[in-house]
Design a protein around this ligand. Structure first.
Ligand code: NAD
Ligand code: ZN
Length: 346
């Protein structure tokens, strides 16, 4: 078992990583809480042991299931949860526990942030992506028809559990998505994560995210580096109508970001090849966009990405490591993209 602290002054909190750490869930519940609103989905086996652990520790547990899939990540779900909280008599002294992947923890966090103007939340991350990314750092929210994660709040949890036992029931595709975000951490730090045993690998990703979040909680600067690979990834998710899952798109986005950096003479061929090799061979992900993806359509979608302030914004590698580069000339992106999409890049 490894414990990492997300250092945020008096809002600092522990993240506990290990096989079977569910047994310490009750210890993460803030003192004085009696009732737990436990938010989860059907099909998450670990939720049952979360409930059992809390009941054994003397808590009254109200289990709230939410729908599976992004179409349920809505304000309507938040409203129905809040009505469940009202019926169950959840007060300011009580606590929300989210048991699930990023979808559940984003919703549980947002519901906690606005119920009675904010009550504590504890996350139990049950997907690899949730453990290394979504459950850490306090970004919560829901989607609108106009776009993903447009309504939300920064609401740090009181604690996070990453019980590696959850991964045994996760689909190969969801594991792959988690690996896409892990590959991102590889390039952020240069750490050879795959050389580490699983518990250390997950803990190291948590630590990297914790460091970045602590330095820039509300994404004024450094936290944006966590979006490495994401400009193209968001575009790919949209133009493929989500046939590509987020982590799969991030993997491709990382390799494209390297090609774009090469095109702008920021890095050399060797560094581009390293991106491709790490993504494709070490992390076992596709490093190329799927057949039939159109460069112009991608460009149009990326130009309206909510993170684009003035022209196109990318996180790009260079002599000084990764940095946010605003106003990347559209022509450069188009050229790099056309070659990338047609597969004519080496
Ligand atoms: N807040 C953040 O900083 C942040 C960061 C990255 C992603 N996100 C959000 O996270 C979401 C994606 O998260 P995700 O990839 O974890 O997907 P997800 O939460 O949708 O989970 C994927 C699938 O796995 C199932 N599942 C979860 N745990 C399981 C287990 N242990 N065994 C079997 N099945 C299990 C879920 O029911 C679901 O069907 C997106 O909504 C994204 O916006 C948030
Ligand atoms: Zn991501």
């Amino acid at each position: 078992m490894i414990q990492i602290t997300v250092p945020l002054g008096d809002r600092s909190y522990p993240v506990v990583v290990g096989d079977g750490v569910m047994s310490s869930l009750a210890s993460l519940i803030p003192a004085g809480s009696r009732r737990v609103a436990l938010i989860t989905q059907h099909g998450i086996p670990l939720a049952q042991s979360a409930v059992a652990t809390l009941v054994d520790a003397g808590f009254t547990v109200e289990v709230c299931h939410i729908g599976d899939g992004e179409q349920h990540k809505t304000l309507a779900t938040i409203e129905s949860l809040c009505r469940r909280f009202a019926a169950a008599g959840i007060t300011r002294r009580d606590v929300v526990v989210g048991v699930g992947g990023g979808m559940v923890t984003d919703i549980a966090g947002f519901a906690a942030s606005c119920w009675h103007r904010g009550i504590p939340v504890v996350h139990v991350a049950t997907t690899l992506l949730g453990m290394v990314d979504a459950a850490i750092g306090g970004k919560t929210g829901v989607n609108l028809p106009e776009g993903k994660n447009l309504v939300g709040a920064f609401w740090q949890p009181s604690g996070v559990l990453c019980d590696l036992a959850a991964l045994s029931t996760l689909s190969e595709r969801d594991l792959r998505c988690g690996r896409g975000e892990m590959a991102k951490y590889h390039f952020l730090t240069g750490d050879d994560l795959l050389a580490m045993p699983l518990v250390q690998r997950v803990a190291r990703c948590v630590e990297i995210k914790a460091e970045v979040v602590a330095a820039d909680e509300r994404e004024g600067g450094r936290r944006a580096l966590l979006n490495y690979g994401h400009t193209l990834a968001h575009g790919l998710e949209t133009v493929t109508d989500h046939r590509l899952a987020h982590g799969e798109a991030v993997a491709i986005g990382l390799v494209f970001a390297a090609h774009l950096a090469r095109h702008l003479n920021r890095i050399d061929d060797e560094r581009v090849e390293l991106h491709r090799r790490v993504v494709a061979h070490e992390y076992g992900l596709s490093a190329q966009p799927p057949e039939g993806v159109d460069a112009e359509a991608l460009l149009a979608v990326m130009a309206r990405d909510k993170k684009a302030l003035d022209g196109l914004t990318f996180i790009l590698d260079g002599d000084a490591g990764l940095e946010v580069v605003e106003g990347v000339p559209e022509i450069a992106v188009r050229e790099a993209l056309e070659r990338f999409v047609s597969g004519s890049v080496s």
